[in-house]
Design a protein around this ligand. Sequence first.
Ligand SMILES: N[C@H](C=O)CCC(=O)O
Length: 429
Amino acid sequence: MTTSAQLFEQACRHIPGGVNSPVRAFKGMDRPPVFMERAKGPYLFDVEGKRYVDYVGSWGPMITGHADPEVLGAVRERLDAGLSFGTPTAIETTMADLICEMIPSIEMVRMVNSGTEATMSAVRLARGFTGRDKIVKFEGNYHGHTDSLLVKAGSGALTHGEPSSPGVPASLAEHTVTLSYNDPDAVEQCFEEIGSEVACIIVEPVAGNMNCIPPQPGFLETLRKVCDRFGSLLIFDEVMTGFRVALGGAQAHYGIEPDLTCLGKIVGGGMPVGAFGGRREIMEVVSPLGPVYQAGTLSGNPLAMTAGITLLNKLRQPGFHDALAQRVETLCHGLQERADAAGIDMITQRAGGMFGIFFTGQSRVDNFAQATACDGDAFRRFFSAMLDEGVYLAPSAFEAGFMSSAHAPEDIQLTLDGAEKAFVAMQHA
Ligand SMILES: N[C@H](C=O)CCC(=O)O
């Protein structure tokens, strides 16, 4: 049998760090990344035959579990028609209609191939529409790896200690103003000073790339207010939260309408898909209707559209999101009880189908400073112990956990039993 350690050694020969995305690397852990062979429902199975209850869900898309038979069936059925045509297809219109119906602030939408492409294109559009260069983002929010947004970012960049990447020209980064998340006063002050120069605010309405930090009441409202006052656009990066915290995304959950929305992950049903869309008058500035250029050879790929449409339609079953949130609540309460019993400083935070585990004595984590002040060693010990117990969490203290509808009560119980052992071991350590 080939082990993960052997495969990792082989991978490192020709792949930087042995991984195709840095956050997968288990950097700082005392073990190599686990190589997975297959996945089904809530489970991942590694190359050594071990099963894990998975809370990464391919970083979010697998909201009904892995290898969903309906999604796979639809893709299989579509396969023989061909992989890609580079022409318009009817299925792209079906997808656009579905997105606009589920997220009413989106009146027109353009499909792309990843969340990064979605945010990159949305920011360009905001700049083109307003004729302004400056953008506002929040410390620890991650919007993919496009230059303008890889400034004080979260996710893998933060995990690996480089929240602002070398390679982003200083002359470009200076147009990105970074503020503290959940700090409406800082936003108001910034706009008093430079509001008329700001093309857009881009925000994760739930910050899922520095663990899981929901917006405090009034924060998103302030963003909407200053954008309206100064003629800037409000962009919600709903790559993580879209179709997850509610069918209509975080904007439906919190009742705030952005001008533009970025989507990814669930919208592709596990295929590489992103999308950006919003108010018609803004989207009409996109080429070929308007001058802001954006393109993609494989955008709207028919197989990817098939997977995404099938998954999105499954999420429309009444009660789907309530049941998902209920599972998250059961998990978070169970973890809290067990951590408290073991005397471990830990809290959880959650929003719909996503959650975060913070090793901290604070009662809440609202921003980058508080997230990075949490106990990283405790997280690493917990992560490693949970892996031994057959539970796969994100190998980073700065990533949200994702629940799926395939997680049964016994999977959550297995997780809680594992956590109980992990907490006791941590207490003794
Ligand atoms: N948090 C990231 C995406 O949302 C994790 C995925 C990656 O960087 O590979």
